[in-house]
Design a protein around this ligand. Structure first.
Ligand SMILES: CC(C)(COP(=O)(O)OP(=O)(O)OC[C@H]1O[C@@H](n2cnc3c(N)ncnc32)[C@H](O)[C@@H]1OP(=O)(O)O)[C@@H](O)C(=O)NCCC(=O)NCCS
Length: 173
């Protein structure tokens, strides 16, 4: 399946582009910040090797599925990664789903970037991958993330436990 429309797109303020090999430092910077990753299932990254391993998976997503996580740059500041967003396929309770993610630098919080990026992801998924259920897996105390999901029109569907952590599963409308 060729899904070029996912690889690179823009919004009014942002460039969304597939993660690539030379993003290692940007991925590490975003994921090694303890506050940003307070609710991440695996906590925050401590070494570049952690980033390398995760990036390996994300590069494979793009090569195999034609869809995966984006890194996000501001159009007014090209080349500077401010966050991550978008969709990757994931196995959840034996079902193949699209997992929606958003994670931004502390400096850009409150700017609505997560919502802006996710709206594009939801629209692309509705158009090109309508048969794959789309979920957002959110820690019950992650109030900002829950607000974003609700603003996107997602609703709490159920709870799941992965690695002994109970999270909420939000689904579309
Ligand atoms: C989730 C995240 C991407 C949202 O960023 P953002 O789009 O800049 O979101 P905002 O700062 O605009 O906040 C979204 C909403 O949550 C509210 N909010 C933010 N922090 C909050 C908090 N600590 N407690 C309660 N509400 C909070 C905001 O008031 C806003 O609601 P409003 O628009 O009704 O005022 C960002 O907080 C982030 O990167 N967090 C770390 C990574 C993460 O947890 N990702 C999600 C994993 S599921």
């Amino acid at each position: 399946m060729l899904l070029q429309h996912f690889e690179r797109t823009t919004t009014d303020r942002l460039l969304l582009r597939a993660v690539r090999e030379n993003d290692l430092d940007a991925v590490f910077a975003l994921h090694s910040d303890p506050t940003t990753n307070r609710f991440s299932r695996h906590g925050y990254m401590e070494t570049l090797d952690d980033a390398r391993r995760v990036m390996g998976l994300w590069l494979e997503d793009w090569a195999r599925d034609g869809v995966g996580y984006w890194l996000v740059e501001r159009l007014e500041a090209p080349g500077v990664v401010v966050g991550l967003g978008g969709l990757r396929h994931k196995e959840l309770e034996g079902q193949r789903v699209l997992n929606l993610a958003y994670r931004f630098t502390p400096e850009t919080r409150g700017s609505g970037y997560a919502t802006e990026v996710s709206r594009v992801a939801l629209a692309l998924a509705a158009r090109h991958l309508p048969h794959v259920p789309l979920v957002a897996i959110i820690h019950p105390e992650n109030a900002a993330s829950i607000r974003v999901a609700e603003r996107l029109g997602m609703r709490l569907d159920r709870h799941i436990t992965e690695d002994d952590i109970q999270n909420r599963v939000y689904v579309i409308g």
